[in-house]
Design a protein around this ligand. Structure first.
Ligand SMILES: Nc1ncnc2c1ncn2[C@@H]1O[C@H](COP(=O)(O)OP(=O)(O)OP(=O)(O)O)[C@@H](O)[C@H]1O
Ligand SMILES: [Mg+2]
Length: 179
């Protein structure tokens, strides 16, 4: 079973994925780390200093890892670009209400402009929509807004073992756009 976790920055992918790794012993690939370790970027953004990721190289590297998996070996992959790569049996999109996401991204030290970009994308379901475009019914979404990371990890565990299925379309943050 190969499970990818995606979601707007700040939705809790890294927090939840490390809890899952602790709990299940699953092998975990953190795409941000892979991008750094293998220098899978084409440059650095002049103003914002973030790395401009080489998406083709990232997906190629991830596909190589997947191709090298032993039979029946499970894999967890987390990163906000994961849904652009092929290879998942199950895709999970973490969601968080824009007001909550703003607080989390502020705590992470994101600049105001980046916070606004991300919370607007979250309100418009961008990540869930993109993931659904590639992965269709294999895509689940979890609203983390009122859940502890441990609860989110438990839900993903249930999705992995087939006890839970949370199709895209149940999370709605449009209230944020009209109020
Ligand atoms: N379910 C949750 N409830 C409350 N806080 C959470 C939850 N999940 C994560 N957080 C907090 O939100 C912050 C962002 O989480 P985290 O770094 O795991 O997000 P991320 O999705 O990996 O972001 P990025 O894409 O930038 O790597 C952290 O401070 C974390 O403690
Ligand atoms: Mg992270």
């Amino acid at each position: 079973m190969i499970l990818f976790i995606t979601g707007t920055p700040g939705t809790g992918k890294s927090t939840v994925a490390s809890l899952l790794k602790e709990k299940t012993g699953l092998r975990l690939i953190d795409l941000n780390q892979l991008i750094n370790d293998e220098e899978l970027y084409t440059g650095i953004h002049e103003e914002w200093k973030y790395k401009i990721v080489d998406l083709d190289a990232l997906c190629q590297s991830l596909n190589n890892i997947i191709a090298d998996l032993k039979d029946q070996e499970d894999l967890l992959v987390e990163g906000h670009l994961s849904h652009f790569c092929k290879g998942a049996d199950v895709m999970v999109v973490l969601r968080a209400h824009p007001d909550i996401l703003r607080k989390r991204l502020k705590n992470k030290g994101f600049p105001e402009k980046k916070i606004n970009e991300n919370i607007e994308a979250e309100a418009l379901d961008v990540c869930a929509f993109e993931a659904f475009q590639t992965y269709g019914d294999k895509t689940n979404e979890i609203n983390t807004s009122d859940k502890k990371p441990e609860e989110v990890a438990d839900i993903i565990n249930k999705i992995m073992i087939g006890e839970e299925y949370l199709p895209v379309g149940q999370v709605d943050f449009f209230d944020y756009l009209i109020t």
